[in-house]
Unconditional design. Structure first.
Length: 211
């Protein structure tokens, strides 16, 4: 997992509440056995025209299909983002599309955990603060937002300033690029020593080979 502290980027506004995980990554893509490539299917049903002669083609009205928001690393949404089923694929899709942070008033608990384990900063701001950055990024796609994880602040060049809370453990993991595997590997020497001792005592001793 890539460490992250300060992120400055344009932001893609998606001003909708209750965006669930089935919209983030539709169920038909959950049968894939890979853990990569999910960015192509992020918000698939919204990114594609669903009816009529243009079915299946990119929807030019959807924010992620607009060239002016290409390369945005921050996603803006309204309350209860990531509700629905607990699929970790939702976090994979957001991360693999290129978003490194999501700003919203609230997040579903399981999605919040999954996102943190996949290197995504989730920033909780007030409803009014979120509406301010959504309006600015909608009016000006070049509007840039800075998230400082160490200081726990969100700012922009127009004078916006807000602070956010984050679990200290999750913050430390994001700052140091530690997912669950990385956390385990911090104890690699102790694990190796334990395995060596275990093997010597229970597998290689004459008593363990007695039938």
């Amino acid at each position: 997992m890539t460490p992250i502290n300060t992120l400055t980027s344009t932001a893609a506004p998606l001003p909708l509440p209750n965006i669930d995980t089935d919209q983030i990554i539709p169920k038909q893509f959950l049968k894939r056995i890979e853990r990569t490539g999910y960015g192509d299917f992020l918000f698939y049903d919204w990114r594609r025209i669903q009816d009529g002669p243009e079915t299946g083609k990119p929807n030019p009205d959807f924010v992620l299909n607009k060239p002016v928001y290409k390369g945005a690393e921050i996603l803006l949404a309204e309350r209860n983002f990531g509700c629905g089923s607990s699929r970790e694929h939702a976090a994979w899709a957001i991360n693999q599309y290129g978003f490194r942070a999501v700003i919203a008033p609230t997040f579903a608990d399981i999605f919040y955990s999954n996102a943190g384990k996949n290197g995504i900063i989730l920033v909780r701001l007030t409803e009014d603060e979120v509406q301010t950055v959504i309006q600015r990024s909608t009016a000006n796609p070049n509007h840039r937002i800075t998230i400082n994880l160490e200081a726990q602040t969100v700012t922009d060049t127009e004078g916006f300033h807000a602070t956010f809370d984050i679990d200290p453990f999750r913050k430390d993991c994001l700052l140091n690029g530690l997912d669950d595997i990385g956390l385990t590997l911090l104890h690699a020497d102790a694990l190796t020593a334990y395995e060596s001792k275990h093997n010597a005592e229970f597998w290689l001793s004459p008593k363990s080979q007695t039938v």
